[in-house]
Design a protein around this ligand. Structure first.
Ligand code: SF4
Length: 353
């Protein structure tokens, strides 16, 4: 990390500090008092931000009083992960792959985070006991061929802890594909040291999935860190969250995905926002997202086009979004909703607005 983490207004660079409104400062106190998702940003990511409240980088990390809006659709576990949690740190929802919640914190916190309730509880890096439970489960489930390593951000663990975790997994299943989900190359590219990249290289088969939302996140340090990983033979995929006021513009997204292709990264998912509490002001209406995606298709080649996808609220899993997935609307006690039909013909709902 270059510089120490910023967790208060006083630690912000002067121009950003001056941009904080009294309402924002008051809300920051509220989240501290109520134990909500903390304010935390790396000096690197803060340095990319502009000083207006609608700046797309600033919006992603600075707490917004609109988080306190009462959103009737907000779910503390928007993906329904608790339904599939087999042991405390493992979620097994899809037959051949599982999700390991390895890291409990992130280098910086995204205000739209879908796992914000879990993260606000400041989980530690996975313990020996928890790893034993995970290994016990994996041993009895030969069908699991791929393990998503997420959290929090696993790269907040030390090299020693990561090396130990990868070693334990490899000794049980030498061919297990590790899918390392991280935002660290964007928020703290200095973490990708030659030592860490060497460790990732030695832990292959391993692919990195980087969470990247806006072309301005492609700083020179980030590009270098990602290029070094690619040079080490680590394939990199990109997942992007569609965010109102950040990247809800086909031209911005086309620019982002073109840059990804130029660097050798593969755009993978464009996610419709999950229904985490306090994030409604980031939600792009589904119909608007579909129209934006149609426009995006005309602007970039298929190689650079991620799959526009929603994780069905409440544990339905991922489905690709297109017009025919929406089979109607209905009134719900929480407001108007779309009715979506999954691959098995099962119906799910998602808010219209
Ligand atoms: S990096 Fe991922 S897990 Fe961490 S705060 Fe952002 S969205 Fe949440």
């Amino acid at each position: 990390m270059q510089g120490t983490l910023i967790t208060s207004i006083d630690e912000l660079p002067p121009l950003l500090r001056a941009s904080v409104s009294p309402e924002e400062a008051e809300y920051l106190e509220t989240i501290q008092l109520q134990g909500l998702l903390p304010f935390r940003v790396t000096p690197h990511f803060a340095s990319l931000a502009g000083t207006t409240q609608d700046d797309p980088i600033r919006r992603q990390f600075f707490p917004d009083p609109r988080e306190a809006w009462d959103d009737p659709f907000g779910l503390s576990d928007p993906l329904g992960e608790a339904l599939y949690r087999t042991v405390p740190r493992l979620v097994h929802q899809y037959r051949d792959r599982a999700l390991l919640l390895a890291g409990g914190i992130c280098a910086g916190y995204c205000r739209y985070c879908f796992r914000r309730v879990w993260i606000a509880q400041s989980q530690e890096f996975i313990s020996e006991t928890e790893v034993s439970q995970v290994l016990g489960y994996l041993k009895n489930h030969a069908e699991i061929r791929e393990l998503l390593i997420s959290g929090g951000d696993p790269l907040t663990g030390t090299d020693e802890k990561l090396a130990w975790l990868f070693r334990e997994l490899r000794s049980l299943k030498p061919t297990l594909l590790l899918r390392l989900c991280t935002r660290t190359p964007i928020t703290n590219p200095y973490r990708l040291t030659p030592e860490l990249i060497g460790l990732l290289k030695a832990s292959r088969p391993l692919r990195m999935v980087v969470h990247l939302n806006h072309p301005r996140e492609m700083a020179e340090q980030t590009k270098k860190a990602l290029a070094d990983c690619l040079d080490a033979g680590i394939p990199i995929h990109v997942q992007t969250v569609l965010l109102r006021g950040v990247n809800d513009d086909a031209e911005i997204l086309a620019l982002l995905f073109r840059e990804c292709l130029e660097l050798g990264l593969s755009p993978y998912y464009l996610f419709q926002l999950d229904l985490a509490p306090g994030t409604a002001h980031f939600r792009v209406p589904l119909k608007q997202g579909l129209a934006l995606y149609q426009k995006l298709k005309t602007q970039i080649s298929g190689l650079g086009l991620p799959k526009y996808t929603v994780d069905l609220p409440g544990g339905g899993g991922k489905i690709s979004l297109h017009d025919s997935v929406i089979i109607g609307t209905q009134d719900d006690p929480r407001g108007k909703v779309y009715v979506l039909c999954d691959h098995d013909g099962k119906r799910w709902t998602y808010p219209v607005e």
